[in-house]
Ligand binder design. Structure first.
Ligand SMILES: Nc1nc2c(ncn2[C@@H]2O[C@H](COP(=O)(O)OP(=O)(O)OP(=O)(O)O)[C@@H](O)[C@H]2O)c(=O)[nH]1
Ligand SMILES: [Mg+2]
Ligand SMILES: [Zn+2]
Length: 342
């Protein structure tokens, strides 16, 4: 199998396939690399400080007990997010060179479309890979089916309703993965990402664990991302550890709030924030009832949080680069958005 190389070559050029490998595991500074013949070896970066993501294509130099990673090839996509909020914000990447992302949510009484919106809004790399929603454990809470339909109608992205117990939706999910693609599973701990991977691979490849009866949360069973080639079907899966927190810094407006994206084109100012500006088409729509206030409030809350987090991250970057003017600008921005809403 090609481990996703054919699709990689559609995006980037590759010189010598003999020396190529793909990072298959990254756990506390230990890497494993898979070669095109399917063999997997421990690997060490030539430059000790260099960091790699599961999914990275690299060139290798074989040593006696391990491979030496010479160079990382460019990434055509990166699965990344912000962890933590405001001054706890940090950028964290989990995988690279992926073609599809399955964001998983378990069906239970706490599943709300606002949670799904938040995830989608936070994933800002809208053009790099295709995103689908996977609703898991449909055997436990069949009432969520209506919600699944509503989400599918509104977001215009694929929504799969699955159960690893009854097998529901698994064939559809699997057949949405095209030959040669690399797909990743993402979501909170305990939603059933590893169970889905085992079901698709038809093997117990990944450990799974019961969710805690006390907190109703997962136990962070998967601790590092893992690349799993599926020979039958010729595609690659990447399992990722459960997400603890998802910060937002700038959002995917068109996908999550399409009605607001359309309305904002009619606002008087191009950079209208839709809060207190004159001739704001978004506020007008809320006032005359054509835009639900609930939707507007959710959008404004996400935007405000985004600006605070973004201001903080810009400030941190400017400080690192030692750019006084940018630091000052970012600081002003940061404090501006930290003001309570009027
Ligand atoms: N009823 C039911 N339980 C499921 C289903 N899928 C997974 N589970 C259970 O949910 C629990 C958590 O599953 P995992 O696959 O470990 O979840 P995960 O998302 O990989 O969790 P982390 O690795 O901690 O991020 C396990 O006890 C699974 O048996 C399902 O379709 N139905
Ligand atoms: Mg897991
Ligand atoms: Zn406006």
């Amino acid at each position: 199998m090609d481990l996703g190389l054919n699709i990689y070559k559609q995006h980037e050029s590759v010189d010598n396939e003999q020396t190529l490998g793909r990072i298959s595991l990254n756990s506390s500074d230990m890497y494993k690399v898979m070669r095109l013949d399917g063999s997997e070896n421990n690997a060490i970066p030539k430059k000790r400080s260099e960091q790699f993501l599961v999914g990275d294509w690299v060139t290798l130099d074989p040593q006696i007990d391990f491979d030496l990673i010479n160079e990382r090839l460019p990434r055509y996509s990166t699965l990344g997010r912000i962890t933590g909020e405001e001054f706890h914000a940090q950028e964290k990447d989990s995988a690279s060179n992926i073609d599809q992302l399955f964001i998983c949510f378990s069906m239970n009484k706490n599943l709300k479309s606002s949670r799904i919106n938040r995830f989608l809004y936070a994933l800002k790399k809208e053009n790099e890979y295709q995103t689908s929603i996977v609703l898991t454990k449909s055997d436990l809470f069949p009432e969520s089916l209506n919600l699944a339909q509503q989400i599918a109608d509104k977001l215009k992205i694929p929504v799969f309703c699955t159960s690893c117990i009854t097998g529901k939706g698994l064939a559809e999910l699997r057949s949405s993965i095209l030959p040669g693609q690399t797909v990743s599973f993402y979501g909170n701990s305990g939603v059933g990402k590893s169970s889905l991977i085992n079901a698709i691979a038809q093997k117990e490849l990944m450990s799974t664990n019961r969710i805690s009866a006390k907190t109703d949360k997962g136990r962070h069973t998967t601790t590092s991302s893992r690349l799993i080639p599926i020979e039958l079907g010729d595609f690659v899966l990447i399992d990722t550890p459960g997400i603890k927190s998802m910060g937002v810094s700038g959002g995917n407006l068109k996908q999550v709030f399409p009605e607001i994206a359309d309305l904002s084109e009619k606002c008087r100012f191009n950079d209208c924030k839709h809060i207190d500006e004159p001739d704001c088409a978004v506020k007008e729509a809320v006032n005359n009832g054509t835009l639900e206030r609930k939707v507007y409030d959710q959008f404004i809350a996400l935007e405000k949080e985004s600006q605070v987090t973004k201001g903080y991250l810009d400030q941190k970057l400017a400080k690192k680069l030692n750019k006084k003017a940018e630091f000052k600008k970012a600081t002003i921005n940061y404090h501006h958005y930290r003001k309570p809403p009027m």
